[in-house]
Design a protein around this ligand. Structure first.
Ligand code: PLP
Length: 460
């Protein structure tokens, strides 16, 4: 491609993106394709000779876009809605153009240093301890796995050479994200050694139950090594009592990891800091700017107060990657499994500069307000009940009927193409779940979702 051709197709792609972002609701939020339909529509093998960009773009529109579930759509209220933004997209575009690999400081100083600077800014914005070390991974799942690996390293320093020894135990709640259990699987602790601590009526880990589980394991000769608390659990956004969990961790020398993948963004708004009480006592914490911080996927921030332990777990420097030692030249490859590292900090830097702390806080506040208003509407309708408290921007509710009826209501909403909601199971019963978190979701979209839910109930 010549520079002139690149310019022409580049402008064409930017035009497409600008039109798309201006009105994603021109598409159904949920892809309308059947499993395998796209695969069947694409050639079985790649082309022998290169094809013209116009043909590729035409197929993008004709074949690729119909198979998209539109996370940018204001009616996207499933899972945790995400909120990529134009500044973040531009940062990602430029990072892709630069195509850097930040494995070592010297392999591109800007990758390491901008990552350290943006994460320092974020620490200040979120009132997390100044002396924490931060790095960016792709996902919270990978961040939490590294936390568990560091906890294992702290409890069993020889695991690095001899392999994981049996009997290390990880604690988390029944409501924790599955990534915690997966992390324990990945680092060789094993599912049998993950204790899923019961939760109270508001889906928060019960500290006394945690204390009892630790005592039981100690009495059985096992070695408690890591407790994972969640601020903003996946199903209900409940907040575990981190201060009490931190007390127990301190008493028993257990690594405390906090999973704030979704809710962590709210730390930029001081009135929500109550939810993060005790997090400053954690050994590590993850939060996902790619969830609720206007940053495109992927960007997950990992902080730890004990980078030395993470380094002890993962630093391994082959001859071909040696570099001069300088305390200011951090080599990020020393802090985890990946060697190669995308320039993810650039999009975060664009987002932070473009919105400012106040801008992001105001967007999040508005979304929390929409959820609170919906919660009140649900409470006022005797046919429905809320199935969990609504501390942030997720509303869990059910029609006071059977699981099957609630599933039919969900299907009704999702079949419209206007709104996409997901569900979960709470106390053994299927419940509808609306997650407000898309930057473009306005009151009218939430009202439409609620109208469709009621319509679905009327049609039963
Ligand atoms: N932790 C929590 C609380 C989550 O809700 C999620 C995903 O929704 C994750 C972790 C996993 O995030 P990721 O997809 O970045 O691994």
């Amino acid at each position: 491609m010549t520079p002139e051709e690149f310019r022409r197709h580049g402008y064409q792609a930017i035009d497409w993106i600008a039109d798309y972002l201006a009105r994603p609701e021109r598409y159904p939020v949920l892809a309308q394709v059947k499993p395998g339909e796209l695969t069947d529509a694409l050639p079985a093998a790649g082309p022998e000779r290169g094809e013209p960009m116009d043909a590729i773009m035409a197929d993008f529109e004709r074949l690729i876009v119909p198979a998209v579930t539109h996370w940018n759509h204001p009616g996207f209220m499933a899972y945790f809605a995400i909120s990529a933004s134009e500044p973040g997209i531009l940062g990602e575009l430029l990072a892709t153009a630069l195509n850097l690999n930040g494995m070592l400081w010297k392999s591109s100083p800007v990758v390491t240093e901008l990552e350290q600077v943006t994460l320092r800014w974020l620490r200040k914005w979120t009132a997390l301890p100044e002396d924490w070390f931060g790095c960016i991974y792709d996902t919270a799942s990978v961040g939490s796995m590294h936390a568990i690996a560091a906890a294992r390293q702290a409890a069993d320093p020889q695991c690095r050479t001899r392999g994981a020894s049996q009997g290390l135990v990880v604690y988390t709640s029944e409501q924790a994200h599955s990534s915690i259990e997966k992390g324990a699987i990945a680092v060789g602790i094993g599912q049998d050694f993950v204790r899923k601590i019961p939760v109270d009526a508001e889906f928060r880990m019960i500290p006394d139950a945690l204390a009892a589980a630790i005592e039981r394991d100690l009495a059985a000769g096992l070695r408690p090594c890591c407790a994972c608390a969640t601020v903003g659990t996946t199903s209900t956004t409940s907040v575990d009592p981190v201060p009490q969990i931190a007390d127990l961790c301190q008493r028993h020398g257990i690594w405390l990891h906090v999973d704030a993948a979704y809710a962590g963004s709210l730390m930029v708004a001081p009135e929500f800091r109550w939810a993060f009480a005790g997090c400053d006592r954690a050994d590590s914490l993850v939060t996902n700017p790619h969830k609720w911080f206007m940053t495109p996927v992927d960007c997950s921030v990992f902080y730890t107060r004990r980078p030395d332990v993470l380094r002890a777990a993962f630093s391994l420097i082959p001859d071909y990657l040696t570099s001069a030692a300088d305390p200011r030249a951090v080599n990020l490859m020393d802090y985890g499994v990946p060697l190669g590292r995308r320039f993810r900090a650039l999009k975060l830097w664009f987002v932070m500069r473009s919105f400012g702390r106040e801008g992001i806080a105001n967007l999040l506040r508005a979304q929390v307000q929409l959820a609170q208003d919906l919660a009140r509407e649900v409470d006022a309708d005797p046919r429905f009940e809320r199935t969990a408290p609504t501390p942030f921007s997720v509303v869990c509710l059910r029609y006071k009927g059977t699981d099957d009826e609630n599933r039919r209501i969900q299907d009704h909403v999702n079949s419209t193409g206007e709104i996409f909601i997901s569900g979960t199971v709470l106390n053994g019963r299927f419940t509808l779940r609306l997650a407000i978190g898309n930057r473009t979701t306005k009151r009218e979209h939430v009202e439409r979702a609620w109208a469709l839910i009621r319509e679905g109930a009327e049609r039963l």
